[in-house]
Ligand binder design. Structure first.
Ligand SMILES: [Ca+2]
Ligand SMILES: [Ca+2]
Length: 460
């Protein structure tokens, strides 16, 4: 019976959201003055991968000891569970779970709320936090962090500044044992203020250095590292981090309408771009596909194939652009071609692994700036675009350069604040034989590491 009730609630909820009729009957997650724009209640049997990315990596930061594996991320009894275990994987002694909404969901401002029962023990470090979509670090908003040896204290922190001159400010709150029951954690992020809540009680407010750009959400449990210290013989495994829900609201401001857009394998450009539109205002949406994809259609509060789309903001709108693979698109011309790089972190991380067509093998450079990797396409080619698959050690700033003779280089793309991960660079349209990625500034203490470089185009 309960299950049916929940299903009906969800049906009503999703129906409402898809039609954006916010005036429906009050729902359990309704908050006066706020409009729910995104949530996951984790009531299904499997994690919704249209909302979340699941990490499968050994992160290189903070001297953490875990390997993040999808195997430790699952749903049970209406919760997302991130499990931490003591077992060898990927060169690490522990495994744990990490999910985020990068390229799936992001927001500038709003109320971001989670409810969770946290894991504990020396060396266990659960966190609910946010990073900017455009990459780089800081800024960072930490909704909640806890160090497992002190299970009754949560930390609320804002990071700003520029690496390596990072700054942060925050506050901790000593409350109940957060590993013994469920508690809610929230930030209310507005242009001039961020307020942190624990169980709906205001515990900290920041009024300076407030970020004003889209952030995505991260949920994880780190094991070990500089801040919590490492697990000891008393740390019990496995540990479980139970997350009951994640809800994101935007403020309901009279006379204004909010536009929420999402896209995978492409992006949506809004003209004019505003954080809020005057109700009734018109906005043009242009769907721009990644390399090898083409625009298919609009979904959500607009449908059809018109691109650009002219949209009247007569209410809050949720719009999705759907892109599909383009069989007529440019082909990869770099696979198996000759490579050379400025340095190698080790012989096992040779530059040839960046063009072997295998996204599990990689090139990694020495840990210094600058570093580069070049590809000889074997003859003059028309280069249309490049796709970079960064490992955790990515470039914050780099140039993509081409050359006819391998001596004189021309910069065709310059990135100053990369977020790493996968970057799709189109509209290059130049004839050349050689192409190189020239790393100017690393995003981490480590080197430059690429799982794969795909150069798109055609041989002349
Ligand atoms: Ca739930
Ligand atoms: Ca590879």
């Amino acid at each position: 019976m309960k299950r049916i009730y929940i299903n009906i609630l969800f049906f009503i909820y999703f129906t409402c959201l898809s039609q954006l009729s916010y005036s429906a009957a009050k729902k359990p997650f309704e908050l006066p003055g706020w409009v729910l724009i995104w949530n996951d209640e984790f009531e299904e049997s499997e994690l919704d991968l249209s909302k979340w990315r699941v990490s499968d990596t050994a992160p290189v930061k903070n001297k953490e000891l875990e390997y993040y594996t999808p195997d430790d991320v699952y749903l049970e009894n209406g919760c997302l569970i991130l499990r931490s275990q003591k077992r060898d994987m990927g060169g690490r002694e522990y495994t744990s779970g990490h999910v985020d909404t990068k390229r799936k969901f992001a927001t500038t401002y709003g109320r971001i709320e989670t409810r969770a029962k946290l894991p504990g023990g020396q060396g266990i470090w659960p966190a609910h936090w946010m990073l900017p979509v455009k990459g780089g670090w800081p800024p960072e908003i930490d909704i909640m962090e806890l160090l497992g040896h002190a299970p009754d204290r949560v930390y609320m922190t804002l990071h700003w500044g520029h690496w390596p001159n990072n700054q942060h400010a925050g506050k901790s709150f000593k409350g109940p044992d957060f590993t013994k029951g469920f508690h809610s954690f929230a930030v209310e992020w507005e242009p001039d203020e961020i307020r942190w809540y624990v169980d709906d009680v205001l515990r900290y407010t920041a009024v300076k250095n407030i970020p004003r750009e889209p952030f995505y959400i991260i949920l994880n449990t780190a094991v070990g590292g500089d801040w919590p210290g490492n697990p000891n013989s008393k740390t019990r495994f496995p540990q479980h981090h139970y997350i009951d829900y994640v809800r994101v609201y935007i403020k309901d401001i009279k006379g204004t309408s909010y536009l929420y857009t999402t896209a995978e394998n492409g992006k949506i450009e809004c003209t004019p771009y505003k954080e809020r539109y005057k109700t009734g205002e018109t906005v043009n949406l242009f769907a721009k596909p990644d390399l090898c994809y083409k625009f298919s259609r609009w979904e959500g509060d607009a449908s059809g194939k018109n691109n650009p789309l002219r949209l009247k903001m007569d209410s809050h709108k949720k719009i999705q652009a759907v892109f599909e693979p383009d069989p007529e698109g440019p082909k990869v011309i770099s696979k198996g071609k000759k490579t050379k790089s400025s340095s190698l972190e080790s012989p096992a991380l040779d530059d040839r692994y960046a063009v072997d067509g295998d996204k599990e093998t990689r090139w990694s450079s020495a840990w210094s700036d600058p570093q580069w990797i070049k590809i000889d396409l074997g003859g003059i080619c028309k280069i249309i675009g490049v796709k970079l698959y960064w490992e955790t050690a990515y470039a914050r700033a780099y140039d993509v350069q081409v050359s006819i003779d391998g001596v004189e280089w021309k910069t065709v793309y310059s990135q100053k604040s990369s977020g790493g991960d996968t970057e799709s660079i189109g509209d290059i349209n130049i004839e050349a034989r050689y192409i190189r990625v020239f790393g100017k500034k690393r995003a981490t203490d480590y080197g430059y590491s690429l799982w794969e470089i795909e150069v798109f185009g055609e041989k002349k």
